[in-house]
Write a protein that binds this ligand. Structure first.
Ligand SMILES: Cc1cc2nc3c(=O)[nH]c(=O)nc-3n(C[C@H](O)[C@H](O)[C@H](O)COP(=O)(O)OP(=O)(O)OC[C@H]3O[C@@H](n4cnc5c(N)ncnc54)[C@H](O)[C@@H]3O)c2cc1C
Length: 427
């Protein structure tokens, strides 16, 4: 699954090691987890802490998937606001879901603190920047709902957002101080380190090819010949889901998110651009998101083409967005370009499936998975240990392939082109 051009600026800690640890073939472990991203590793860590014997199998290296390639913006909440969740899921489940969604950034920053993870981070909030009156109204509505629940959030005026971002063109915005930024590759790598220290066996370069059940025991085999037996299997392959479980890949629309990183900013530019280190997403239909990295670069991302990129020109739309926001960066070099895959579901919610007892699959991060997948991993581990479905924040749902899946992807590409045009008109 090695992706050409996916060479992020993010760094594993210098002490990071390779993982090649496998349980013996004859031993039946409690859980085999397929996929060594944030979800797989968080599930593994918490399951091991609950006393389970856990094996993680990762097709590439730890961090090769979305977890090591993303924008590092740790944002609580889901795509939906609290009122929508209550209306949609009912009072009891909706309330539990809102509380879960509110806690996801805390889960990440508490893990970094409590486990002493070597992860560069700044926790100074996330700005949702509005460039239209409609977006401002949506921000005010979101602000009202979260403030009523005591969240540390507030609206930003045009002057405030200009000072905080140094960017052009925003009418105002919303600041969620629960959020922050991390180095996502360091985080994923450190999750693997503490999971291994807690007793999890992790093996990289183990592409799982087959999962079958015999006499109540799961048999998992990999391309390089490893064979494992387990009481339960968790598919934590998300946007990189292949054909292991019939129909699963067709429940998501995988999109590409592309990113660029500038050369380190001069001290003058660094003082004017995001001086307090917040993360930003804007309100355009095809949004861009940006932040500064620990080594002082501006990192900006957004939706990319559906096909694999051919060369730097495929990131040109992000360079244009960068200059629209920050004309002062017209001479700065773009030193890195990379991309990764995001899993979207039709209802924009993550889905938990359990098609057979002991076989779990989780897909659909909607591009906001650092907090969500960390917190969900903890809940999945509790469920594996207790069998109590109340541990799961989302109801277990059947695998429902999206009708006309292949056409849907073509439709997404056309919609992106259309939205880009509308965004251009609203400039
Ligand atoms: C470019 C980009 C920017 C993003 N920005 C943000 C952001 O700023 N904030 C945020 O919260 N979220 C962001 N996201 C989303 C976030 O990265 C994901 O939600 C999260 O990393 C998903 O974690 P995961 O563990 O579920 O999946 P992944 O990290 O993708 O892990 C899945 C793993 O499964 C492995 N795998 C697949 N098939 C097999 C197999 N057969 N055998 C063994 N292993 C297999 C893959 O190699 C992969 O490592 C972004 C995503 C992308 C791509």
């Amino acid at each position: 699954m090695h992706l050409r051009f996916s060479d992020p600026i993010w760094q594993k800690p210098r002490t990071a090691t390779a993982f090649q640890s496998l349980f013996p073939a004859g031993q039946c472990v409690d859980v085999v987890i397929v996929g060594g991203g944030i979800l797989g590793l968080s599930t593994a860590l918490h399951a091991a802490r609950l006393g389970l014997a856990v094996q993680v199998l990762e097709a590439g290296e730890i961090g090769n998937g979305a977890s090591g390639l993303n924008g590092g913006q740790v944002i609580p909440g889901l795509k939906y606001d609290p009122d929508w969740l209550l209306e949609h899921f009912g009072l009891e489940r909706g309330e539990a879901l809102v509380n879960f969604a509110a806690s996801t950034a805390d889960t990440v920053f508490e893990l970094i603190r409590d486990e002493r993870l070597a992860v560069p981070f700044v926790r100074n909030g996330w700005i949702q920047a509005a460039h239209t009156e409609t977006a401002l109204k949506a921000a005010a509505n979101r602000d009202r709902q979260w403030r009523a629940r005591g969240a540390d959030v507030r609206l930003l005026s045009r002057t405030e957002i200009a000072t905080m971002t140094g960017a052009q063109g925003y009418l105002g915005g919303w600041l969620d101080r629960r959020a922050g930024v991390i180095d996502p590759l360091a985080y994923t790598s450190e999750l693997a380190r503490v999971a291994a220290a807690a007793g999890v066996k992790i093996a990289e370069r183990q592409n799982v090819m087959q999962i079958s059940k015999n006499a109540g025991i799961w048999h998992v085999s990999t391309e390089s010949g490893a064979e494992l037996k387990a009481k339960a299997v968790v598919l934590a392959t998300n946007a990189y889901t292949g054909g292991l479980l019939p129909g699963l890949a067709k429940t998501i629309v995988p999109l590409h998110s592309f990113q660029i990183a500038t050369a380190p900013l001069s001290s003058n530019l660094a003082a004017a651009i995001l001086p307090d280190g917040q993360a930003v997403s804007d309100s355009r239909r095809i949004l861009v998101y940006y932040r500064k990295s620990a080594d002082g670069r501006l990192v900006l991302g957004g939706r990319g083409r559906m096909a694999l990129p051919n060369g730097p020109a495929d990131w040109a739309h992000l360079e244009r967005a960068l200059l629209r926001l920050y004309p002062a960066l017209s001479d700065i070099a773009i030193e890195k370009r990379w991309f990764g895959r995001v899993a979207m579901t039709p209802d924009h919610l993550p889905h938990i499936h359990e098609p057979e007892k002991g076989l779990l699959a989780v897909v659909g991060c909607q591009g906001r998975g650092i907090g969500l997948m960390t917190a969900l991993g903890e809940r999945i581990a509790s469920y594996l240990s207790s069998g109590d479905t109340r541990q799961l924040p989302f109801p277990v749902s059947p695998i429902r392939p999206i009708p006309f899946h292949a056409f849907r992807q073509v439709g997404v590409a056309a919609t992106i082109a259309w939205y880009r045009m509308l965004d251009a008109f609203e400039r």
